[in-house]
Design a protein around this ligand. Structure first.
Ligand code: DC
Length: 231
């Protein structure tokens, strides 16, 4: 493990299921950084809204009830990167397809974005943090010292997401997963407030045919080159 790397912020953005969070977790382990999963916060808000009956169908959101409720909503991370709502661990529930189907419309609400951004700034203030999402390098931390933009082939992404779900005992077909991913990509990149896009100074990583080991070797090389560190 490298101990000499400075207290930087690493921003990882990209489409759904490109393996951003897997890579971010690896980086956090490899370099001893704090990992913050911004999508988990959007998913937490979505779970809350679903449980309170504030979402009809997948995208009709009762803003009159949701917006005032944000003020008292405590979504945070504990035990590393486990997501909590108050004292309850919601890590499993936020990953299911019900939340996945409504999260993009919820994440398109400017007040929800402000809620999540506030939390990310608070948690990430000290630096030495790796964060993944859709707008970390463009909006949340535009001054992040290292920005990555991750891409992967559509079918590779769908299969990865399905494998993850199956491993957790959740059921879905590859067609359902692929159509959910594409719908989210579309909403995420076309919304008005900080849509998903690559920061000009982000390094692109297409990991369709890469192993995790190859990815981390690539990232390590990038960090060492950029910060002039010798192994
Ligand atoms: O990374 P994920 O699949 O857990 O993200 C869930 C949703 O949250 C995704 O559809 C887009 C949204 N999101 C966002 O708009 N901005 C971020 N920084 C992170 C996630």
């Amino acid at each position: 493990m490298l101990t000499t790397i400075p207290d930087i912020i690493i921003a990882i953005d990209g489409y759904s299921a490109t393996g951003k969070s897997t890579l971010a977790k690896l980086i956090s382990k490899e370099f001893g950084f704090l990992y913050l999963d911004s999508g988990a916060l959007y998913r937490g808000v979505t779970l809350f809204a679903l449980e309170q009956g504030m979402i009809e169908g997948t995208d009709k959101i009762d803003l009159e009830r949701l917006l005032p409720a944000l003020e008292g909503l405590d979504i945070h991370f504990e035990n590393g990167s486990q997501t909590y709502m108050g004292e309850r661990c919601i890590e499993g529930e936020i990953r299911d397809l019900r939340v996945g189907s409504s999260v993009s419309p919820v994440a398109a609400i400017p007040q929800v974005r402000a809620y999540v951004d506030d939390r990310l700034h608070m948690f990430g203030a000290a630096g030495r943090v790796v964060m993944d999402g859709r707008d970390i390098g463009t909006t949340v931390f535009p001054d992040a010292q290292l920005k990555l933009f991750v891409t992967a082939d559509d079918m590779v992404r769908a299969q990865r997401r399905l494998d993850e779900m199956v491993a957790k005992g959740q059921e879905a077909t590859i067609e359902e997963v692929l159509s959910n991913l594409k719908e989210r990509d579309y909403i995420d990149s076309h919304r008005e407030t900080s849509p998903l896009s690559r920061a000009e100074d982000a390094f692109v990583l297409d990991n369709s045919d890469m192993t995790l080991h190859e990815e981390i070797v690539w990232v390590r090389g990038l960090i060492m080159g950029r910060f002039g560190i010798l192994e």
